[in-house]
Design a protein around this ligand. Structure first.
Ligand code: PLP
Length: 414
């Protein structure tokens, strides 16, 4: 658990923090594990693991329906977690919908808001940096409605071209959907300005915040976004749980996504009345312990402090960039001025997958491939990259080990 020392201002005790993550303390192929695949999924602190165990040991029960003691405990814990998450992103609890993750959040908005309000000839804008889950649902919607998908281009560094974005905007624009932070390159997009401009033409904005939540403070009021989605597993909680934030007035106008239990007020064979927010979008028994543990994860990162996390990760990123660039033939893909702790790179003459395999032999976990961003890779004329994505439990020493391991692998592969 966290100590006072660690949360004291200006102090970031990474060794203390690492004690909260049991999985980090193991060897892989005889070497200490170095986990640098945090953009794919993050590791879980004891605060999260214990919350899940505690749920099953003490109060596992279905929520919202039961009069009995365990059902009351489970309901209270689940709704408290919703409150924690709502406060964290500065939303009301009615606006915080539990979903399975970012993918479901995008699909939910595309299939409800999108289906209701997007018509033939309308336009939806995304960026060249998007994850497949923020591309495909919009393509499906455009196909169904006869609408057009427009893409904001990026420069060589991986930054969106804002002037081009302004040119794409028009009264035909109904939805703009963009990543806050790119999972493949680390680019932090100027989402606040993107939102301001979209609102001028009357479009609503969905923010894919999957890679923002683990690294920085996200405030939906400050951003003034209309929708925002993120995944629990990327923010140190479980898989299969995530959040869709939506402005209450928009969620109110939207038809339900799935029909079933919990999302109804009353059902007869003639007519069903839908439940109020946020339950309208939460059909069926949810991932109860996942929701509760997501609240615990949010409490955990807040105890460390997102400002501390951001500052530390920025130092790691700068150090890692410098270290990697010392390696002959290595080039970093994604050099945005405003960047999160992702190091995507290529080495002349070496296939990313081969390097990934050799690093694994040295206990180092990185990701290789297209990172669910094939159109982005096409933009750079590459098939994929090697990606080391850092979290606040990574260390400067691990970066040294990474650089050393890459050098060793290069001598083998060349
Ligand atoms: C991981 C990720 C997604 C998809 O999240 P799921 O948890 O797979 O639903 C979407 N966008 C970004 C930027 C991501 O990193």
């Amino acid at each position: 658990m966290l100590t006072e020392k660690l949360t004291a201002p200006g102090v970031f005790d990474v060794e203390q923090i690492r004690k909260d993550f049991p999985i980090l303390h193991q060897t892989v192929n005889g070497k200490p594990l170095i986990y640098l695949d945090n953009a794919a999924t993050s590791q879980k602190p004891l605060a999260v693991i214990n919350t899940i165990t505690d749920y099953y040991e003490r109060y596992n029960s279905n929520i919202h329906r039961g009069a009995h003691h365990l059902a009351q405990l489970a309901t209270e814990a689940y709704e408290n977690a919703r409150k924690t998450i709502a406060e964290h992103i500065n939303a009301s609890t009615k606006e915080v919908n539990f979903v399975r993750g970012t993918t479901e959040a995008v699909n939910l908005v595309a299939s409800t808001y999108g289906r209701k309000f997007v018509k033939a000839g309308d336009e939806i804008i995304i960026s060249a940096l998007e994850h497949h889950s923020n591309i495909v649902p919009w393509q499906m919607l455009c196909e169904e409605k006869g609408a057009a998908l427009k893409v904001i281009p990026i420069n060589e560094g991986g930054e969106i071209l804002f002037d081009e974005y302004l040119k794409l905007l028009s009264p035909k624009t109904k939805i703009v959907s963009i990543a806050y932070v790119s999972n493949a390159l680390g680019t932090i997009n100027p989402v606040k300005q993107v939102i301001t401009e979209a609102h001028k033409v009357g479009a609503v904005v969905f923010i894919d915040a999957a890679q923002a939540l683990p690294h920085q403070k996200v405030d939906v009021k400050e951003l003034d976004c209309d929708f925002l989605g993120f995944s629990g597993h990327k923010v140190f909680a479980a898989t299969g749980i995530g959040i869709l934030y939506g402005r209450e007035i928009l969620l109110d106008t939207m038809p339900p996504y799935m029909g079933g239990g919990e999302m109804i007020k009353s059902v007869t064979f003639e007519k069903t009345t839908y439940n109020e927010l946020p339950y309208k979008f939460e059909a069926g028994t949810p991932h109860i312990e996942g929701g509760i543990a997501l609240g615990a994860a949010i409490n955990y990162i807040n105890a460390i402090g997102l400002d501390n996390i951001s500052a530390y990760e920025h130092q790691l990123l700068e150090y890692g960039t410098k270290k990697l660039l010392e390696i002959e033939g290595l080039r970093i893909v994604g050099t945005a001025a405003n960047k999160s702790s992702v190091l995507s790179f290529l080495i002349n003459g070496i296939h990313p997958y081969d390097l990934g395999v050799l690093l694994n032999q040295q206990g180092i976990a990185i990701r290789t491939g297209h990172h669910c961003c094939q159109p982005l890779m096409d933009r750079f004329g590459i098939e994929g990259t090697c990606r080391a994505s850092l979290a606040f439990y990574n260390t400067f020493d691990e970066i040294d080990q990474l650089a050393k391991a890459i050098n060793k692998a290069v001598t083998i592969l060349k």
